[in-house]
Design a protein around this ligand. Structure first.
Ligand code: NAD
Length: 304
């Protein structure tokens, strides 16, 4: 079997057209719309992500502010920068890139975000709303995973509800910003759900879990973690990972996912690759959430 490719670039392009008209409508109403990213340190995946976001914000005409801080930044300084963004009327949405350096508590910084600007739903209020199935903002990476799946199901003519109702979705990786939101969205679709983290690998149980998956979502940040033997034949594989891999001959570094693409492709029914799968849709979704935050704000300002 050779898997169908779930083409994230094509799907993102269609979504971009919708978001562009939302941006234009907001601009016509005179409302401000701006996105800020905060990156502490130089994590490979986060640097690549920020580069893509600045490009797409520009393309879609959304004001963009980039805050770059060294990995030695003290917690107090980061909290002060977040507070500035909370107060800045030109900023509608804030994305805080992870991982944060060890001297900074992730949850404490999440709490400092204005929930109405927290477009990734990491503030406890928004994380709670997401867990209850009533999100203020659907976090962009998890949203992208399910937008790819939903769109692919539509393309192959399968009914979404009956596909999810009979599927086991296994999510590898359980971070607050990717794995856990993906699990919430899988619950919302009323699928059977299994969540696996690095302990499954350490205990030699990873394949035992992943081989049961009808849908395998991988967000571990470990290049080549998923090999042929981890993939159930006929399953759907969504690779979220962004990792650097150096070519031993040329020394050139290229981006790879968590899944050995050719191996998984030979067994799966469909696969979202890296690059060109989750990433492009995530970028557009983030802008969509920024527009949503700006719209909420404009509506509130009108009513008060
Ligand atoms: P994280 O480091 O916060 O979390 C990783 C999770 O994977 C943890 O739960 C950890 O226990 C688990 N894990 C680590 N090693 C494992 C192993 N060997 N076996 C099983 N589980 C393991 O990372 P994150 O922020 O969730 O991001 C995960 C990956 O997704 C990274 O590569 C990141 O760059 C990428 N990412 C991509 C996008 C995108 O738009 N494509 C967006 C965000 C993150």
């Amino acid at each position: 079997m050779t898997a169908q490719i779930i083409d994230g670039r094509k799907i993102a392009h269609a979504l971009k057209t919708d978001v562009a008209s939302e941006v234009a409508a907001l601009a016509d109403s005179g409302a401000q719309c701006g996105l800020a990213t905060v990156l502490v340190g130089d994590d490979y995946g986060s640097v690549a992500y920020v580069r893509r976001i600045s490009r797409i914000a520009k393309e879609l005409g959304v004001a963009y502010k980039e805050v770059l801080l060294p990995s030695t930044t003290p917690k107090g300084e980061l909290l002060a920068r977040i507070e500035q963004l909370n107060r800045d009327p030109a900023v509608s949405g804030v994305l805080l890139l992870r991982p944060l350096p060890p001297q900074i508590s992730e949850v404490e910084v999440f709490r400092a975000l204005d929930p109405e600007k927290d477009i990734e739903s990491v503030h406890p209020e928004n994380a709670g709303l997401l867990a209850l199935g009533t999100p203020r903002f659907v976090p962009s990476t998890a949203a992208s995973v399910f937008h790819l799946l939903d769109t692919w199901l539509d393309e192959v003519g399968e009914d979404r509800a009956s596909f999810y109702h009979r599927s086991l979705i296994v999510v590898v990786g359980r971070s607050n910003n990717v794995g856990k939101p993906a699990i919430s969205l899988a619950y919302d679709r009323e699928a059977a759900v299994m969540s696996v983290d690095e302990w499954a690998s350490r205990e030699g149980r990873l394949g035992w879990h992943t081989r049961q998956a009808d849908v395998l979502v991988v967000a571990a940040g470990v290049a080549g973690l998923i090999r042929a033997e981890h993939v159930r034949p006929g399953s759907v594989v969504i690779d979220v990972g962004i990792n650097p891999r150096e070519d031993p001959d040329t020394g050139q570094v290229r981006m790879v996912g968590d899944v050995e693409f050719e191996e998984a492709r030979a067994r799966a029914r469909a696969i979202a690759p890296v690059p060109g799968g989750v990433g492009p849709v995530t970028d557009v979704w983030l802008i969509r959430n920024t527009v949503l935050a700006a719209t909420h704000h404009a509506r509130k300002a009108f009513l008060t």
